[in-house]
Design a protein around this ligand. Sequence first.
Ligand SMILES: [Zn+2]
Length: 184
Amino acid sequence: MPDKLKQRFFYCPKCGGKLNYRYYQGIPRLTCVSCTYVLYENPVVGVAAIVLNDKNQILLGRRKEGQYQGLWCIPCGYVEYDEDVYDAITREFKEETNLDIDLIRVFTVQSNFHNPENHTVGIWFLARVREGFPKAGDDLDEIGYFDLHKVPQLAFPTDNIVINYLRKEIMRGSIRDIPPTSKL
Ligand SMILES: [Zn+2]
C-alpha cells in the first residue's frame, strides 16, 4: 500500500465519497468506495518557449510569487484542459512577456518530478518573437536576456538541463538558422 503521507487526494471528485487505494494489475490507484470511480493520477502538461536574441542569449523571467518566488525560468505555463498545446504556449508566452511568438519546432520534452505535489511533462519549444514590447506579466515580475553560461538561479531543475542542451546545440551550430528576435 502506498505511503498515506504521499496520498494527494482523499475524496472522490465525482461524488465526494472516500478514496482508498485498490490494486489494478499491480498498480495502486485511488478508487472511490461509493461509486468506484478511479482517480488516475497523470502528469499535467506544461509548455515553455525558448527565445534567443542575436547574441544567443535566452529570454528568462523571474517568478513573482509562490514557492519559486525570486527564481528564474524559461517562460512557461500549463495547457488548459480544452486548449490546443500550440495555442497554450503562444498564450502563456504572451501573458508572461507581452510578446507574440512564432513557434519554430519542439526543442525537447522532459518529465518534471521536482514537485511531488504536481508531476508534469514539459514541452520546450524553440520560438522567435514576431512582435510586441517586452513586459513581464502574470507569474513573472521581471524578464531579461541572459548569456547561456551566466543564467541566474533557476526555479526548475529541468530548465538547467534544457539550457545545457541549448549550449551544446549552439556549439554544434545546429540552431544557427534561427534568425534574431527583437531586443529587450
Ligand atoms: Zn465517487
